[in-house]
Design a protein. Structure first.
Length: 87
């Protein structure tokens, strides 16, 4: 195998990795958007609920959604940095 063939093979591998990274980035953005919408809905539901037990359930779910969203944002920022470094 000569150098050109090796470089072509390497470019193909890198493109696959890049493509996978882009797909992961897009899917993560969709998930984060859904979590944001769920957070807004839970906050609205919390404002309208007067029952103590239901409020506690909503608050706990809201904390979970908030934590998931924060973790997702951290991963998204890391992916964004990787994309900039590779470009």
């Amino acid at each position: 195998m000569n150098v050109k063939q090796l470089l072509d093979k390497l470019a193909g591998i890198l493109n696959d990795e890049r493509h996978a990274q882009i797909e992961k980035y897009k899917s993560l953005k969709k998930v984060l958007k859904a979590l944001r919408n769920e957070k807004v809905a839970l906050q609205a539901k919390l404002e309208n609920t007067r029952d103590v037990t239901q409020r506690q359930e909503i608050e706990s779910r809201l904390k979970i959604v908030t934590a998931q969203r924060k973790k997702g944002l951290v991963v998204l920022k890391e992916l964004k940095k990787e994309r900039k470094n590779q470009s």
